[in-house]
Design a protein around this ligand. Structure first.
Ligand code: NAD
Length: 340
């Protein structure tokens, strides 16, 4: 079976999921939805995707010279599953549409957990999504925390976690958000990230705080883990090393900041210069007085992309074994090909 996937919303996340699905052998993109005739509508067509639009936007698209294959509803009807990559907080409206057309759908981290009742991270809870109708792939920050914390939690090392999120102010293609010359703390403690991690790692004792800074490249996390056992940094690194979605990097080898990490990603020549892996500074992993400290960088635009592909396989029960899905996704996309 080749699963037919619709991409509803072709922005930062939608265009990346579309290419990742296209790279797989067991699923294909039947079309993408754009609401306005922007440059992304043109690149969608140039990338070989059929363009669909809400019925009220058909005329505007055609006037701009774009070939419209049909309406949003027609695309959803044709698909086995919809990846919803519309902007956050219109999930209720979209979920009602998918339900009325009897379709499964994946939502993104801008929606609340309660919209779907199931949140997803491939390493920590793939099996929970098996056969489900609505599932939410957690946000970029939550994905980053889940990727590195789950292997430690599974090994029984974790007594408690305090993670500080230094968040990028906006994506590189976004000129509306800020701050551009300020550091803005989230005055709510814990920030929403801690409870969000618990939706994919139930029971993990985690608290999070967050500050927004004027950068667009990546988020940076400073994580402190109170350990149950006296574990050496090398043992922690050995838990992460086999995992392709974690990239161990060294500040001492020319990667002291997110600037060089993203320069390395650009050098790697991937689509959109993405870094799907969570970059963890090997030389920043320390254990002092029973507390593990580490730093990780999260490419917010792309770390959730492989998770969307795995979530499709789980929801359509195309693969019940998490590792086999992860292996297939990674192989087709090229995740983890460079280990440092
Ligand atoms: P975006 O604004 O880049 O793209 C959203 C797209 O949806 C746009 O192309 C927009 O035209 C389209 N759209 C708007 N209304 C629509 C509708 N009614 N029907 C169909 N399409 C519609 O947003 P994004 O950054 O890709 O975010 C999408 C989701 O992914 C959000 O939930 C967000 O929180 C989440 N997310 C974003 C990032 C990130 O860093 N950008 C990371 C992880 C998760």
């Amino acid at each position: 079976m080749t699963a037919k996937i619709a991409i509803n919303g072709y922005g930062t996340i939608g265009k990346r999921v579309a290419l990742a699905v296209k790279a797989q052998k067991d699923m294909k993109v039947v079309g993408v939805v754009k609401t306005r005739p922007t440059f992304e509508a043109w690149t969608a067509v140039e990338n070989g995707f059929k363009l669909y639009t809400p019925s009220k936007s058909v005329a505007a698209m055609e006037e701009a010279g774009l070939a419209v294959a049909g309406t949003q509803e027609e695309l959803i009807e044709e698909a086995d599953l919809v990846v919803d990559a519309t902007p956050g907080k219109i999930g209720d409206e979209m979920a009602a549409l998918y339900r009325s057309l009897g379709k499964k759908a994946i939502f993104q981290g801008g929606e609340e957990h309660e919209l779907c009742g199931t949140s997803f991270n491939a390493y920590s809870n793939y099996s929970e999504a098996l056969g489900k109708d609505l599932v939410r792939v957690v946000s970029c920050n939550t994905t980053g925390l889940a990727r590195t914390l789950y292997p430690l939690w599974e090994a029984g090392y974790v007594r408690g976690v305090l993670a500080t999120m230094v968040r990028r102010a906006a994506d590189p293609g976004d000129s509306k958000k800020g701050p551009i010359n300020a550091i803005e703390p989230s005055l709510k403690v814990p920030s929403h990230h801690g409870p969000d991690v618990q939706t994919v790692i139930p029971g993990l004792p985690i608290s999070t705080v967050a500050v927004k800074v004027p950068t667009t490249l990546m988020h940076l996390h400073s994580v402190a883990v109170e350990l149950k056992k006296n574990v050496k940094p090398e043992t922690i690194i050995d838990r992460w090393s086999p995992l392709r979605r974690i990239m161990l990097i060294d500040g001492s080898k020319g990667l002291p900041s997110t600037a060089q990490v993203m320069e390395m990603a650009r050098d790697m020549g991937r689509p959109f210069s993405d870094l799907w892996e969570i970059a963890v500074w090997r030389d920043g992993v320390h254990v002092k007085d029973g507390v593990l400290y580490y730093f990780q960088a999260v490419h917010q635009e792309s770390d959730v992309i492989p998770e969307n592909v795995d979530c499709i396989r789980a929801m359509l029960q195309m693969e019940t074994d998490p590792q086999r899905s992860i292996d297939e996704t990674d192989r087709r996309m090229g995740v983890g090909v460079r280990r440092r």
